[in-house]
Write a protein that binds this ligand. Structure first.
Ligand code: ADP
Length: 595
């Protein structure tokens, strides 16, 4: 590839590489759940060993009037589990993989990207590979969630004519080594991962280069650099056109596209700020955004550049792969890249998402001992004011609320997620005599206003709760409480909510698109009876949603035995990374430089 290097990197100065211990290991793990206790059904926070058959009276039932909402209580810390589970077979051809990403769960998670990076990294670690994650050191990251945090390196990285003093820290998150990049300028400052008062495009251009610069100054040469989304789309360009002309020779680049909607619009002069000559990339076969050809100015797409310059490109489900080859302005680029373009279904982190050990649940459960799910449902209903505050004397009290189907929708509130179908589902669920909880965040003010209006209208009533916030804890409890999980997306590259819901025994009701079509198979579809695990619909109109929702409610009420059978079946489905990480390993192995 043509060298487009113009940046001055002759004196990247490594100021101080000595390790400085910043934070002593925190006593984070107040409670460990050892393998032998994992499948005991437990009641109450921190009361290990009790079974769901006893101790109901020990649960402190929450109320909407509680001073501290039930999802904000002090929970025992996660034991993230062994990074290397004994039952996972180790690979023979071991590699060093570095993920470069804007998100990682749980410390910097906005949506599925964070879950995927953490889950895939843990799965590859457990197969014996050496894995690290490089992440901006966002100011909003809670440092108590990081163990063994140390300052690794002071160095300088280039941005817009200046060398910016930068720190690289190393710490452990969920048993995964993470390298945090902290520039001394204003980038990544603010109270949230995205939307700080700095230029996001420039900050991620800086980050992309700062990661390579760190590898260069520390002599780190992984087999694979795995980049994610538009934010790190410039890294493959920087690697091939700049850093391979310096000392980085070994790494090969794998790029995962989690959502084609975000393509990293970038003007040529903006790209030049990271030290490349932006004008060199303004061609159809490189990074020009094809839709802007003939416009003044033509723009670049970091996502497209990343596709062109990566050794392998993955998207997050086989159906989304087909959809992206058939439509959208990137289709021609992807068709040209067909030989290196793969569709691999995302997995879920089966340890962090496990109702048998989940620290956020008032009662644990699993497919063979599902009773704790009833308790979770009643607990959430009580806490949200969806069930009367009667005394809980025995199991009968749990039975009445069970008759009312509870559906949850946990999502970013953006057009992609089918906003009009979510609002319609609220209405339809009420008409059908069910209950619905929407947990979501809106970045668009108009959407926020619309849902605030709905919350004001419904939240004092007996059947609907619209909670406009982000809460990891509450999301776990809602999946555990739900009879159904709704995912009515207009398009969905993969979707985790339906897989998480299934793991917690919530039957999915989804629109058949992208990864939803790869993971949910309609109960009334005779052709797929073996796989049947939920309710699907195809249209984007309200009638189509009604068709799926009405059938789900009818099954729930009229065929309880069949329903319980489905609940058991979906809890046993293995949608974990253990199932799919091997496909990534194959791709890594096929592109790595074999010496
Ligand atoms: P996307 O990546 O498009 O947001 P996914 O379904 O792939 O959608 O992943 C969404 C992830 O974010 C899931 O883990 C879901 O539970 C979580 N999530 C979405 N909204 C919220 C919220 N308001 N509070 C807690 N978790 C949320």
């Amino acid at each position: 590839m043509e060298c487009a290097f113009t940046g001055k990197i002759s004196h990247p100065c490594l100021v101080n590489s000595s390790k400085v211990l910043l934070y002593r290991r925190k006593e984070m793990r107040t409670q460990r759940l050892y393998p032998s206790t994992r499948f005991k059904v437990q009641v109450g926070f921190g009361k290990q060993g009790s079974s769901t058959d006893v101790g109901l009276e020990k649960i402190v039932w929450p109320s909407p009037n509680d001073e501290i909402p039930f999802w904000k209580k002090n929970f025992p810390s996660w034991d993230t589990g062994p990074a290397v589970p004994v039952d996972i077979k180790k690979d023979s051809d071991l590699m060093h993989i570095i993920h470069v990403t804007a998100e990682m769960a749980p410390i910097a998670k906005v949506g599925g990207l964070g879950d995927v990076v953490t889950g895939l990294a843990r799965a590859c670690l457990s197969r014996g590979h050496s894995v690290e994650i490089m992440l901006p050191f966002y100011e909003c990251i809670q440092k108590q969630q990081i163990t063994d945090l140390v300052l690794l390196t002071n160095y300088n990285s280039y941005h817009d004519g200046n060398w910016i003093p930068t720190n690289a820290y190393r710490g452990i998150v969920s048993d995964i080594p993470v390298i945090f990049i902290e520039p001394s300028n204003h980038f990544f400052k603010g109270r949230q991962v995205y939307g700080g008062s700095y230029n996001e495009l420039e900050a991620y251009l800086f980050f992309s280069r700062a990661c390579l610069e760190w590898m260069q100054v520390t002599g780190t040469q992984p087999d694979i650099i795995h980049v994610h989304e538009w934010q790190t789309g410039a890294l493959p360009l920087l690697y091939w056109d700049m850093y391979t002309h310096l000392s980085l020779k070994k790494p090969r680049i794998v790029s995962t596209i989690h959502n084609m909607e975000h393509y990293g619009e970038c003007r040529q002069e903006q790209l030049s700020k990271c030290g490349l000559d932006g004008s060199i990339y303004a061609t159809t076969d490189k990074a020009v955004d094809d839709r802007t050809i003939g416009h003044n100015p033509e723009r670049l797409s970091l996502l497209k550049g990343g596709i062109v310059y990566s050794n392998a490109v993955v998207t997050v489900s086989p159906t989304y792969l087909k959809e992206t080859l058939n439509s959208g302005w990137l289709a021609s680029t992807l068709i040209r890249s067909r030989d290196k373009y793969f569709g691999i279904l995302n997995g879920i982190d089966a340890y962090m998402w496990n109702p048998a050990i989940d620290v956020f649940l008032p009662a644990k459960f699993h497919a063979e001992r599902p009773k704790g799910k009833k308790i979770c449902k009643y607990y959430v209903q009580r806490g949200l004011g969806l069930a009367p505050e009667s005394t809980v004397a025995g199991h009968q009290v749990l039975d009445k609320p069970q008759k009312v189907p509870l559906i949850v929708c946990i999502t970013r509130l953006v057009a992609q997620k089918g906003l009009h179908l979510i609002t319609h589902a609220i209405k339809r669920t009420e008409e059908l005599g069910g209950q619905i909880v929407v947990l979501g965040t809106a970045s668009d003010g108009r959407v926020q206003n619309e849902f605030e209006g709905l919350a004001n209208l419904h939240n004092q009533g007996p059947n609907v709760r619209i909670l406009l916030m982000y809460s990891e804890e509450l999301s776990h409890m809602l999946y555990a409480a739900a009879d159904m999980v709704l995912v009515p997306s207009i398009y969905e590259p993969c979707g985790l909510a339906q897989m998480l819901g299934m793991r917690y025994g919530a039957v999915p009701v989804v629109r058949k698109t992208g990864g939803l079509a790869d993971t949910v198979f309609d109960i009334d579809d005779q052709a797929n009876r073996d796989k049947a695990n939920g309710f699907t619909f195809e249209g984007i109109d309200e009638g189509s949603l009604n068709w799926a929702l009405d059938r789900a409610f009818a099954y729930y009420r009229e065929k309880p035995d069949e329903w319980n059978g489905i609940v058991q079946k979906i809890m046993k489905i293995d949608n974990s990374w253990n199932n799919t990480a091997g496909k990534y390993i194959e791709i890594y192995g096929s592109v790595r430089l074999k010496c």
